[in-house]
Design a protein around this ligand. Structure first.
Ligand code: SF4
Length: 466
């Protein structure tokens, strides 16, 4: 079993697999140097990135994340305001702070980008190597960033989701989860709560308090995104749109043309604009798809008169356990299975969670989650310029609206005439991801990323001719 707190992690943008994961991997490598008593002997560290991390690392902030991780920073607590100054010191003055001392680090020679090479087990591979003053290797470790901020060493690949903790309601798939709910007369959130108490060896109040902290971090992110104007970094000249869209929606309300349907879209865009700007976000289950669950939850809190703090927590417990089903039976990595594994999974989690808090049975929750993934199957990942902006930001908004509709629709039926189960779509999503061309899996080598690049060429030629 994994915990819902492995799914929902407070970190920073723009990508859980390409920013959060690499920072954690780099930090773990230097922490191990310290633990093994080798840190003082290190004269050089080389960080290498492969495959998708190398190809889209510039736009995803991967290389900066690695530099900060080598200085021991972690995504959940790195002070965002200090980042530009620290990167400037490392990149311009070549000074890296390693476990309390300053050593030379030359990014041109020590941060290597292998876009044309893949490590064997996953498209998001990294290798860190430490050398002493004579150039002798002190330590070397391969890591894979496998989506949602999860990082695994080469040796542990495939075993990363196993914990020894016993839970009262163990399940491997949605069928078993539903059977446990039925036989124990529990809702999905009640069952998840009991498992989380066992996993964390803590009380209900402690689990709920942690869940409430996640909900608050999501709310804070929406608030920051709704209040921030300007252009997003990366060179695509993408403007933040959430604040202006919100202002326009409010104006429409004054003229009595109320369209509450568009609000979740704006809330999701606010989160994803924060993410694209490298702000503090919660993986849900990834950074690229971080807007959907907060948007649906915020919409529920704002517009549903029956919403309570207890139900807000139930929402996240339910969403989290649906995320666990995908994580343990398929993948939540765009580099592994395309965007269906990020936005598709987040939509499924949000739809199921929404169904539960508006009164759905476990079967109806399962039905909502299934429908939400069924109609995202095959969704590719083709981020323009390797940035988590186009199509990611709008796509989160659309998925948030879809989740609300499907969550509500699930309650109109009892699910008894269903032909497709959640387990079936999870299996299909994984197989579709396996069949998907590698160029459509977070490489920016296909789809919209290529079309926009090609379109840009004649425009620049025309400008030169003028
Ligand atoms: S297209 Fe989807 S999977 Fe790819 S970076 Fe954007 S949100 Fe993530």
């Amino acid at each position: 079993m994994i915990s819902i707190f492995d799914i929902f992690k407070i970190g920073l943008g723009p990508s859980s697999s390409h920013t959060v994961g690499p920072m954690k991997a780099a930090a773990e490598f230097v922490e191990n140097l310290q633990k093994d008593g080798k840190s003082d002997k290190v004269a050089r560290i080389v960080a290498e990135t492969y495959g998708s991390l190398a190809l889209t690392g510039q736009g995803h902030g991967t290389f900066d994340a690695i530099l900060l991780g080598l200085e021991g920073s972690l995504p959940h607590n790195v002070p965002l305001a200090d980042i530009p100054k620290r990167l400037e010191r490392i990149r311009s003055r070549h000074e890296l702070h390693l476990n309390g001392r300053t050593m030379r680090f030359e990014p041109e020679k020590d941060l290597l980008i292998h876009g044309d090479e893949l490590l064997p087990k996953h498209p998001n591979g990294m290798r860190f190597t430490a050398y002493d003053a004579e150039g002798k290797e002190l330590a070397s470790q391969v890591y894979y960033s496998i989506g949602g901020g999860f990082v695994v060493t080469d040796e542990n690949f495939g075993h990363e989701t196993v914990t020894a903790a016993e839970v009262p309601y163990p399940f491997k798939n949605a069928t078993e989860l539903l059977a446990l709910c039925r036989s124990n007369q529990l809702s999905i959130s009640e069952l998840t709560l009991a498992n989380e108490m066992a996993l964390g060896n803590c009380s209900e109040a402690e689990v709920r308090s942690r869940v409430a902290g996640i909900a608050e971090a999501m709310e804070a992110c929406i608030k920051r995104g709704m209040g921030a104007e300007g252009e997003l970094p990366g060179g695509l000249n993408v403007r933040r749109r959430a604040p202006q869209l919100a202002a326009k929606l409010k104006a429409l309300r004054k003229t009595e043309i109320v369209n509450t349907q568009l609000w979740p879209m704006v809330f999701a865009m606010a989160v994803n604009e924060e993410n694209a700007a490298g702000g503090r976000v919660v993986t849900a289950p990834t950074n690229g798809a971080a807007g959907i669950i907060p948007a649906v939850l915020h919409y529920y809190r704002k517009f549903n008169p029956h919403a309570t703090q207890h139900l807000v927590e139930d929402f996240l417990l339910t969403a989290g356990v649906i995320g666990i089903l995908y994580k343990t039976n398929a993948s939540i990595s765009g580099a592994d299975v395309g965007c269906q594994g990020e936005v598709g999974v987040a939509c499924s989690m949000a739809a199921g969670a929404y169904a539960e808090v508006i009164g759905g049975t476990p079967q109806q929750v399962e039905n909502a989650a299934e429908m939400a993934m069924e109609h995202h199957l095959g969704l590719t990942c083709d981020p323009v310029g390797g940035l988590v902006q186009i199509p990611c930001i709008e796509r989160n908004g659309i998925a948030a609206e879809t989740a609300l509709k499907l969550g509500a629709m699930a309650l109109l039926e009892d699910g008894s005439n269903k032909k497709v189960s959640l387990d079936m779509v999870i299996e299909t999503m994984l197989q579709t991801g396996r069949d998907m061309k590698a160029s459509y899996k977070e490489t920016s080598l296909a789809g919209l990323a290529v079309t926009m690049k090609n379109k840009a060429i004649p425009i620049s030629v025309r400008v030169v001719e003028c």
